[in-house]
Design a binder for this molecule. Structure first.
Ligand SMILES: *Cc1c(COP(=O)(O)O)cnc(C)c1O
Length: 344
């Protein structure tokens, strides 16, 4: 039986070469600024994103929540897509940790336009929450791994400037957008007040993310990192994996994207699966189960019993994610298993 895990790009395991980089890392006390590997990673990410500074954090969720807490005062409102990670998958963090309320825009493919944003911004009025921060998720996760058009982001940035709002990028899969678009990370990050990249998704490292912004912003981020228990000690052990990933696992994301496209095309040929392969920009493949007697839960359960693991998101919607530990052959096998199950 195959063992193919398409549940998420978080399922990657460190490669032998990455484990060697981890074993050989020079380390020190990270929270005292004495870990040379973490310091090198922070400088590397600041240069990559074109910002003054960056700070290594245990997770992307902490990057988002620290940024929200810096940009917002209690009672302020965070605007994002209604299915974005910050609104849907961070345990109510904006309200608990920053005291911020949230507003979700209902745009297509997990994205919204500058006009849709402008319509969502509250007029200054003491009855209303104060709109304060806009969060853009690049790529859009539950929106299908779509790459936001750069022109739309620039138009959104112009709207936020006009209204005095801050703009934050959830860049969990920014490097997928970079590889898919050919547009450098610094160009994507330039319109934002803060941004971050995750190392534990498609880049294949076990732990960690880096939040980037101005020197003053990162100074504040350090205060919250310390307060919330995110300051570490010999964190160079994990930062070494992140540096290794930046050196060796960025360009290869193109393979994940090609595999995802191929997987989508194979699935489009299966009777009972609804998918538009032209909507697959990166490594996330969402589809609907449209077969009498079948739903997403039944299909994921049956496929898992046959060694193909993927997720269900709602009654008919499923997601398969390509990554470092998934081969082209695995994608063909996964599509064949789905086809056999639904054809039986
Ligand atoms: C995974 C993810 C996060 C959170 O990152 P963690 O490192 O898992 O905390 C945030 N935003 C998006 C879009 C994600 O996919």
């Amino acid at each position: 039986m195959p063992h193919i895990d398409l549940y998420s790009d978080t399922r990657t395991r460190p490669t032998p070469a990455m484990r060697r980089a981890i074993a050989e890392a020079e380390v020190g006390d990270e929270q005292a600024g004495l870990d040379p590997t973490v310091n090198a990673l922070n400088e590397r990410v600041a240069a990559l994103l074109g910002t003054e500074a960056a700070v290594f954090l245990p997770s992307g969720t902490m990057c988002n929540e620290i940024a929200i807490a810096i940009h917002c005062r209690p009672g302020d409102e965070v605007i994002s897509h209604r299915f974005s990670h910050v609104l849907s998958y961070e345990g109510g963090g904006p309200s608990h940790l920053a005291g911020a309320s949230t507003w979700g825009i209902d745009g297509a493919n997990g994205m919204f336009t500058a006009a849709e944003l402008e319509a969502a911004i509250r007029p200054p009025n003491r009855y209303l929450p104060r709109s304060r921060l806009v969060v853009v998720e690049q790529t859009s996760n539950t929106g299908g791994g779509r790459v936001w058009p750069l022109a739309e982001i620039e138009a959104i940035a112009a709207v936020t400037r006009r209204h005095g709002l801050a703009l934050h990028m959830d860049g969990a899969r920014l490097m997928n957008a970079v590889v898919a678009s050919g547009i450098p990370a610094a160009t994507w990050a330039a319109p934002f007040d803060s941004s971050w990249i995750d190392f534990s998704k498609g880049l294949g490292a076990p732990i960690g993310a880096c939040l980037a912004g101005s020197a003053a912003f990162i100074h504040e981020a350090w205060r919250l990192k310390q307060r919330w228990g995110g300051a570490m000690r010999q964190a160079g052990i994990v930062a070494a994996a992140a540096l290794y990933a930046l050196d060796h696992h960025v360009d290869r994301l193109a393979e994940d994207h090609a595999n995802a496209k191929r997987l989508a095309e194979r699935l489009a040929d299966v009777d009972g699966i609804e998918i538009d392969p032209t909507g697959v920009d990166t490594n996330l493949v969402y589809f609907h189960v449209r077969k009498p007697g079948w739903d997403a839960a039944r299909l994921t359960e049956a496929a898992a019993a046959d060694g193909v693991v993927f997720g269900s998101f709602g009654p008919s919607r499923c997601r398969m994610v390509t990554h470092l530990d998934v081969t082209t052959q695995d994608c063909d096998t996964a599509a064949a298993v789905v086809s056999r199950l639904l054809g039986a």
